[in-house]
Design a binder for this molecule. Sequence first.
Ligand code: MEV
Length: 327
Amino acid sequence: MEERNASEGIGRGFRKAILVNEHFVVYGVPAIAVPIFSPVEVTAVVRQGAGLQVSVPARSGGDGRAEEDRDRLEAVRRIVRTIGLSERERMIRIRCVDDLPGWSGLGSSAGFCVALVRALFMALNRPCTDEEVNRIAYEGEKVFAANPSGIDNTVATYGSPLWFERGGSPAWEWVRPGLPLWLVIGNSRMPCRTRDEVAKVARFRRARPDLFAGLLRDAAALGRDARRALEEGDAAGLGSLMNQGHSMLKRLGVSNERLDEMVAACRLHGALGAKLTGGGGGGCMLALAADASSGAAVVSGLKRLGHPAICVHLPLSGGRLRARDTS
Ligand code: MEV
């Protein structure tokens, strides 16, 4: 406890990588995501008082940090309101441990929202179900993605690989992968603003409705095939579907030269498949490697081009994947 009459709570929320169908998932096409890296951790200190104070540790370099921090503050306000706390009656101080500044597209904002909701409930000594955490975190996610599908906060809440279908019944299901995954994550060093990319896709849909409808149909088939490949442990099949996924995202206009160059470099260095991941326009890309040594070769290829990269191993354990950083 750091001050008198205050109660403190700590919460965690997972980051994620989308294997297939980001953006299409906003329009009801199923997508597959896995949890990665260490979770985002938030500490909330709540006491009677006036005003809401949010402190996010200064993060190193890069454009868009101030804007990110403003978004976080707005997300905190929305979450506080949704939980039913009055900012005027309570003073809430938030600290966030975010060890991956600049690695955008990996669901840090959703991880933050989920961690915050859990921390607040703990500080208030109120029980809450995962379902409630997910629902409230979604309200915070709207600040970052404008029209979020809900996939990021769902993975951030449950921390397991899942099949997500916006508006579906059920909206999500566990996926039991039939193979351990070696995923390389490369950082384009370009900021990614998810809501801008989501808005870009909305414009594409208005301008080219027929083309968009065709892409949605292809994405739905690709999602089903990718789930089958993942569950059956068909790494080569999954890699090839990730490649197709990248081409479809390119057609939507959310890739760029830098991401395309990184994706090509991964394939050249032996990746089974590679694509952008998350919102695109910058941020991160994702490649599937056959094993640890192939993952290391892909990481070196990206680093030689000047891109920070990491290989993450998601071993099979009790049917669920657990993230472990191997670099
Ligand atoms: C962002 O991680 C994924 C998007 O599909 C947006 C969303 O699903 O909310 C681009």
